[in-house]
Design a protein around this ligand. Structure first.
Ligand code: HEM
Length: 459
């Protein structure tokens, strides 16, 4: 008996299975890039065009036909035309019946039309299975292959089979597919590309508002006050001295604002006696932008460190030191070494450096590549425990910097406190509240609530 044999032949010589044919309506940038990627992945591509003989350069290997013929030849049709030009599809109702119609369109602004483009398309061609997909990708990312930022394809549609076909194609193209449900989610998907750093908006506004407030506050207290009361122009101080006050002040407030919502949420849970009630919207939104708040705060702290580094080489500082040395020599005076002052200055420097070191650690561990490598326990240890330690060091740095100035009336120019005293309010409150939460009796109640226990109020 002949042994069972397997015929071996070089890979290239095996009969290639017939590749699936996909159709694209639209020969613009997006349509061309999509066609090219599909061809590279091994699909056959046919373009549907109003003028098949004069539609400009198309990827090599693609066919071009009239809309009717192209639609009839393929099961899946990518619609790469703007919503304003959908009308021509009405003449293709019969050819599109039962076909999967992939809507990739976007609008230039939100809420221009009463319904999403994909829903409008479904109404226009009720016999087709409309799937919204690929609209968050650019022609550029299609041409260059998915990079980390554009690896996701969001998709929605009413027919599960139609969606499955699109999922398979997108997966073959190298994308991760996220199914967002039925076509009613289309509007949300169409709004995605119009968003401009949405989670940065609130932190940026806050940073801008705080910077503007403290800039003008300190400008009046330092520059205007000296001009009015002492008739001296020290406006040059705006560039470095004032900036080196505004930046660390804003940084400290923003760092403490990262921890305030957590404390507020804990008190809310204690007050309500349950973890099963939703937090108010503002608290949710605040909690969601803590990472951005923290990164901006780190940026401001880094500026403070850079500004601090140049203090010794400033003309103003060198001039003051030389002048005081010369006048002491002239008057034959000596100065006594002040040990308390040395302790104070070294301590606040040390606190600042330790605070900044931990600040950097917090920033680094919030980078996705780092945080993905950490377990939840490790991540929350760094962000919570070390985070509070950072807040403590930075706050203590500022208290030590203030030292006895809190009690000296001469520092309250025009009855206003210096900026660093104002900026200590929020971090001090956050740390005091955190201490209350750490009290054993409070901590015990909170832990019980977070494990699902609910307080039942007597009727
Ligand atoms: C003030 C050094 C990190 C918050 C100062 C001053 C110095 C200094 C020299 C006095 C500036 C002046 O005389 O105008 C440092 C060093 C740091 C550091 C060497 C780390 C390498 C930080 C960090 C924070 C911070 C991480 C927290 C956000 C402040 C505040 C003031 C201050 C709020 C008072 C600003 C004012 O004059 O109103 N720091 N610091 N510092 N620092 Fe830092």
């Amino acid at each position: 008996v002949k042994p069972e044999s397997v015929s071996l032949c070089p890979l290239g010589m095996t009969a290639a299975p017939e590749q699936e044919l996909l159709c694209i309506f639209g020969t613009g940038d997006f349509g061309r890039s999509l066609g090219q990627r599909l061809l590279q992945t091994g699909y056959r591509v046919v373009y549907g065009s109003r003028r098949p003989h004069s539609c400009g350069p198309l990827p090599q290997g693609a066919q071009v036909m009239s809309h009717e013929a192209a639609a009839q030849s393929a099961g899946v049709i990518f619609l790469c035309v703007h919503r304003e030009n959908y009308d021509f599809l009405e003449t293709l109702v019969t050819q599109l019946k039962g076909k999967v119609l992939v809507d990739v369109s976007n609008n230039l602004k939100k809420n221009v039309y009463p319904e999403a483009n994909a829903e409008y398309l479904q109404r226009l061609i009720p016999g087709a299975h409309v799937v919204k997909a690929f609209n968050t990708l650019s022609a550029w990312s299609l041409q260059n292959g998915p990079s980390d930022a554009s690896r996701q394809v969001y998709l929605c549609g009413n027919s599960a089979e139609a969606k499955q076909q699109v999922v398979e194609t997108a997966t073959k193209l190298g994308f991760n597919v996220l199914d967002r449900g039925t076509l009613s989610a289309a509007r949300e998907l169409e709004d995605f590309p119009l968003q401009l750093f949405p989670e940065w908006r609130l932190p940026l506004r806050l940073a801008f508002g705080l910077t503007a407030f403290f800039f003008f506050y300190l400008l009046i207290r330092d520059v205007v006050y000296t001009y009015v009361e002492q008739d001296k122009d020290i406006s040059f101080r705006i560039m470095v001295s004032l900036a080196n006050k505004v930046f660390p002040i804003v940084s400290l407030i923003m760092l403490s604002l990262c921890y305030l919502p957590g404390v507020v949420a804990a008190f809310l849970q204690l007050y309500r006696g349950t973890k099963y009630k939703r937090f108010p919207d503002w608290l949710d939104r605040w909690m969601l932008c803590r990472k951005q708040l923290g990164l901006l705060a780190l940026g401001f702290a880094s500026l403070h460190v850079l500004y601090t580094l140049i203090i010794p080489i400033r003309y103003y500082v060198r001039f003051r030191i030389a002048e005081s040395t010369i006048s002491k020599i002239k008057e034959n005076q000596t100065s006594v070494f002040d040990t308390t002052m040395a302790w104070r200055v070294d301590s606040y420097y040390a606190m600042g450096i330790l605070g900044f070191g931990l600040y950097l650690l917090l920033g680094i561990s919030s980078l996705p590549s780092v945080s993905n490598a950490l377990s939840w326990r490790e991540f929350s240890f760094i962000q919570s425990k070390l985070g509070y330690l950072t807040l403590f060091f930075c706050t203590f740095h500022t208290y030590l910097y203030g030292w006895d100035k809190f009690l000296r009336p001469s520092y309250y120019k025009w009855y206003t406190p210096p900026g660093y005293m104002l900026c200590l309010v929020v971090p001090s409150v956050v740390m005091a509240l955190k201490l209350v939460i750490l009290l054993p009796c409070v901590d015990r109640s909170l832990t019980r609530i977070r494990r699902g226990w609910e307080r039942t109020d007597p009727e």
